[in-house]
Design a protein around this ligand. Structure first.
Ligand code: ADP
Ligand code: MG
Length: 564
């Protein structure tokens, strides 16, 4: 009981820090249980991990929120945010330094399934990291007792019980998330790949602050021609801009909001928290941002739809390099995304390789096709849709050549969209025969590679995983650069992807399965057994991720070995 824990902690006071290890196990408090899963070895090591559980008879959440997965996720997300808030204020009150800290992971603006909090019909659970208090290298037992037996119960009372929460805010969170999911689920019925609601706030405060811009912001307003009206269960009918399947160009002058719109579409794969501004911006769940990434490694990718006849006769049907150029990296990223199941490609001229995107008439006249290994994206983007049903949304303010291949052209003007497809097509008509199409008859098949077991070296000891932010991942000795994988937005996703890469070994061990099959296996296991399926260690903060980002991490592993 909590008195047992308090007594143990007070008795440990002054002893060597290692003696904390004896605390592992479960303790029954008056109305919740506390489990100490992991105890840190010294005051400066990774913090200790605890789990707090309340039965619903105590927590008291309305039962109709507890059986529908999307509501469970929305509710758990709310509790995690509330816990983070409370942990901060409890900490401030104590003014304690590093030891005695309650740590809740930093969350993005997205509502995601995470191991940090979980609700179901029977119980609610919160998992926290705590720094067990020390004086030098000795146990500060009374401080630990205050942390575990006063601060933690205060946290539980303030965030795991329905009665203590702001019921209206909670209801709003669930409504907003449910609406977004319903809006997204309607996209395909209307042959749309993205929807941006009127009044949405797209710009962010800064490049490093993803909260909504507040000062002098222009709310989004759809143009008549592309306006659609979709029903949402809580908000009622929502009007906004629908982006149809096919090839869509976003054009417009510099600084008129093109990239901001595309970024909102990128994030529309996730449901946003209330107040984000993009709550009703929803995108096809298999939309992938593609960018150039020179210097990345590539392992056995068939980039021949885009690149052929490289110098030194290097094969492009089975292309590998430790150091890709801008254009080859972009070609590889596209083929890899398709291999992993992408249905929509999102490309911004700001982060694309120019020579991959365009090859204009004058350049065609100077450099013969036979001397240019690259077939530019402009000559492949239609085939992607016509042959494979893969749509593209492209921000392109710098070249009108794409007018010839676009189904829809949207011009951004002072942060507002205008549909200009007819004008763009008229311009394309009146400037015909200017450039030669170089794309051949077909896109070609989308190849599937087999992942070889030596891709990740695993010794007798478990492979060490290190994650600090969303940009980098260390798996044993291998660093994986994720800066170009822009739809990874929380460190917990990176942590989960790392665990998934190790977990996936069972599926590629026989050296026969395609990457897509490996992804299928891992994702199905998570679906069946939650993120906890990925690791024996309960203490990891894991956050849901898509198969597309798991594939992207595999593809950036420099030791990846693939057979065609
Ligand atoms: P582009 O890609 O067309 O050059 P950006 O999307 O990068 O333009 O936007 C330029 C600037 O305008 C950015 O600082 C962005 O935050 C801001 N911005 C974008 N949309 C809006 C808006 N609706 N209201 C106010 N500012 C905006
Ligand atoms: Mg831009």
């Amino acid at each position: 009981s909590d008195t047992r824990l308090r007594q143990s902690l007070e008795q440990l006071d002054g002893q060597s820090y290692k003696a904390y290890k004896s605390l592992r196990g479960s303790y029954e408090f008056s109305d919740f249980s506390l489990t100490i899963d992991y105890v840190q070895g010294d005051p400066f090591a990774a913090p200790s991990r605890i789990r707090l559980q309340l039965p619903q008879s105590v927590a008291g959440f309305p039962s109709d929120w507890l059986s529908v997965p999307i509501r469970q996720t929305a509710l758990a997300d709310y509790l995690s945010r509330r816990a983070a808030q409370l942990a901060r204020s409890i900490q401030q009150k104590r003014g304690s330094g590093k030891s005695g800290k309650i740590l809740v992971p930093e969350l993005s603006q997205a509502v995601l399934r995470r191991t940090v909090a979980w609700v179901d019909a029977a119980a609610v659970e919160l998992r926290l990291a705590v720094g067990l208090p020390a004086r030098g290298r000795r146990i500060a037992g009374y401080g630990a007792a205050a942390l575990m037996c006063e601060d933690i119960p205060e946290l539980v009372a303030g965030c795991l019980k329905y009665a203590a929460l702001d019921a209206a805010a909670l209801e709003r969170q669930i409504a907003v998330v449910e609406d977004a999911a319903v809006l997204r689920s309607q996209l395909s019925d209307h042959n749309l790949i993205a929807f941006i609601a009127d009044q949405a706030i797209l710009p962010r405060r800064s490049g490093v602050d993803s909260r909504p811009l507040t000062a002098e912001v222009v709310p989004f307003r759809s143009s008549e021609a592309l306006r659609v009206r979709l029903p949402a269960p809580h908000a009622g009918p929502v009007t906004g801009l629908g982006i149809p399947a096919g090839v869509t160009l976003i054009v417009g002058g510099g600084y008129h909001g093109k990239s901001t719109l595309l970024r909102a579409i990128e994030q529309g794969i996730y449901n946003a928290i209330p107040g984000d501004g993009r709550e009703q911006v929803v995108t096809h769940p298999a939309a992938v941002k593609i960018r150039a990434e020179d210097g990345r490694s590539v392992a056995g990718v068939n980039i021949s739809p885009f690149i052929n006849d490289l110098p030194q006769d290097r094969s492009t049907a089975d292309f590998s390099t430790p150091n890709a150029s801008g254009s080859t990296s972009q070609a590889a990223s596209i083929v890899e995304a398709l291999e992993a199941g992408a249905q929509v490609l999102l490309i911004d001229e700001d982060t694309a390789a120019t020579n991959f995107m365009i090859r204009d008439r004058k350049m065609q006249a100077l450099i013969a096709k036979e001397k240019e290994p690259i077939t530019p994206f402009i000559d492949k983007v239609r085939q992607l849709y016509d042959d494979h049903g893969i749509s593209t949304i492209l921000v392109m303010g710098g070249s009108g050549d794409y007018f010839d291949v676009a189904d829809t052209v949207i011009a951004m003007d002072n942060y507002q969209p205008r549909e200009v497809t007819a004008q763009a097509q008229a311009i394309a008509q009146s400037h015909q025969n200017i450039r030669q199409s170089e794309g051949g008859a077909q896109f070609g098949p989308i190849s599937q590679r087999v992942i070889l077991p030596q891709s990740i070296e695993q010794g007798n000891r478990p492979t060490k995983v290190k994650v600090r932010d969303t940009d980098n991942l260390a798996l044993g000795y291998e660093a994986i650069d994720l800066r170009a994988v822009e739809q990874v937005i929380e460190p917990g996703q990176v942590r989960a992807i790392a665990q998934a890469m190790l977990y996936a070994r069972q599926y590629y061990l026989d050296g026969r399965r395609s990457l897509a099959e490996v992804l299928d296996g891992v994702m199905a296991d998570i679906e069946r057994g939650s993120l906890d399926a990925l690791s024996d260690r309960l203490g990891l903060d894991l956050v849901e991720f898509r198969r597309l980002e798991l594939a992207a991490a595999f593809n950036r592993l420099r030791t990846l070995q693939a057979a065609p």
